[in-house]
Write a protein that binds this ligand. Structure first.
Ligand SMILES: *Cc1c(COP(=O)(O)O)cnc(C)c1O
Length: 393
């Protein structure tokens, strides 16, 4: 082999799910085929105007042209603390219990550098955001996948009793990752589930990481909580938030971590050594997103709820019955009998020219399911269901 030689652990990463699907889509599009993507969870609507306007002005402020504060501007961290209070009734210290992130994916990935030693374990949902386990692999560490089942509402099962997580795994475990409202299942968690997670992490000396990327997207009156509302949470928990889905800001790369001050400090130390923070103008715009009018959230939820119902009705009409999610931008559907997730996804792409995501791409228990994203205009959503109907007929 000729140099350069990439690190061995790069070979241990599964191929990034969406990169593979994108390649197939591009190949079809090159043949002139119109492909409808219900694949990636990326809001189709633009960032609300008041946020964009704030950014436009902030770009012109020369103070913003210099290196940002590593941990985030004090103004941004104060806005985060204020938002935690108005939104959840949770009090946090902006200086020691909040941290700006270059998107929450960045923070989740760097948590492994901050908390996981080579050979250690992270406990991650067996159907979940690929970064939980990918970050462990990059640290030469292992992932133990927590079972998830439809019968128990897709709540990742952490169990230290007989037949549960092996003692030798628990001994070397450092982080428990969970996230509700859940991508990809759309499941939500009751407060007792968070209490159990907190108690479990205390028993086993784990950092509890709650990925709350979808807290602002709820339906039928549902408003997702923060894990930090629960008693004792701050002793073990770090919560990861993102402006990406809540304010249609995926391209801006801004999020934040809130919670246990030691965890904030460790993550901040990693970031000090690896990045120099997010552009302060983006933080200025994010301040306005968090502290300005929130009616954009209400109209966004109305829109996704409408699309959810449209998709559920259309799927039911062709014999695919799914549970109505109370939150997120996804519908989680069981594949017809006789197909694996990958086979059905492939068939949808090649025969109906519709992209969905195979549940198996999110981990072992996702087999037999697909994720349909609601980030596509109504007409295309309906056209996609028509094509699926045609294919199944
Ligand atoms: C979208 C998403 C994120 C990351 O969002 P950022 O754009 O990096 O802030 C994190 N977790 C889950 C489960 C997501 O779906």
């Amino acid at each position: 082999m000729t140099p350069p030689h990439p690190a061995r652990n790069l070979d241990n990463l599964p191929p990034y799910l969406f990169a593979q699907i994108d390649a197939k889509r591009d190949a079809l599009r090159e043949q002139g085929i119109e492909v409808i993507s219900l694949g990636i969870g990326d809001p189709d609507l633009p960032t609300p105007t008041h946020i964009v306007d704030t950014m436009a002005a902030a770009i012109r402020n020369p103070a913003n042209h210099r290196y940002p504060d590593y941990a985030g501007s004090l103004a941004f961290r104060t806005a985060v603390a204020d938002w935690m209070h108005t939104r959840f009734g949770v009090r946090v210290d902006p200086r020691t219990e909040t941290l700006a992130l270059i998107g929450s994916k960045e923070g989740i990935a760097h948590l492994h550098t901050a908390f996981v030693n080579p050979g250690d374990y992270v406990l991650a949902p067996s159907i979940g955001y690929p970064v939980y386990s990918g970050g462990a692999t990059l640290m030469h560490a292992n992932t133990y996948f927590l079972r998830m089942r439809a019968e128990t509402g897709w709540l990742a099962e952490f169990d230290d009793g007989p037949g549960g997580i092996p003692a030798e795994v628990l001994e070397r475990a450092r982080i428990l990752f969970i996230g509700y409202p859940n991508n990809p299942t759309g499941a939500i968690a009751p407060p007792e589930y968070f209490d159990e997670a907190i108690a479990f992490c205390k028993r086993h000396d784990l950092l509890l990481v709650h990925d709350n990327a979808y807290c602002e997207i709820g339906f039928d009156g549902y408003r997702a909580p923060s894990v930090l509302e629960r008693p004792g949470a701050k002793e073990v928990a770090l919560e990861m938030f993102s402006l990406s889905k809540a304010y249609n800001m995926t391209g801006w790369r801004i999020g934040f971590a809130v919670g246990n001050p030691l965890a904030i400090k460790a993550l901040g130390t990693v970031k000090n050594n690896l990045d120099s923070g997010q552009f302060t103008a983006i933080q200025d715009a994010a301040i306005l997103a968090l502290s300005g009018p929130q009616d954009c959230i209400t109209s966004m939820c109305d829109l996704y709820q409408h699309r959810r119902d449209l998709v559920l009705d259309a799927l039911a009409a062709i014999g695919i019955v799914c549970e109505a999610p109370r939150a997120t931008i996804y519908v989680w559907a069981q594949v017809p009998a006789g197909f694996t997730s990958a086979e059905f996804t492939e068939k949808l792409l090649t025969e109906a020219h519709v992209i969905v995501t195979p549940g198996s791409g999110y981990g072992p228990d996702g087999e037999g399911w697909i994720r349909i994203s609601l980030t596509t205009p109504d007409e295309q959503l309906l056209e996609a269901v028509r094509r699926i109907k045609g294919m199944l007929a």
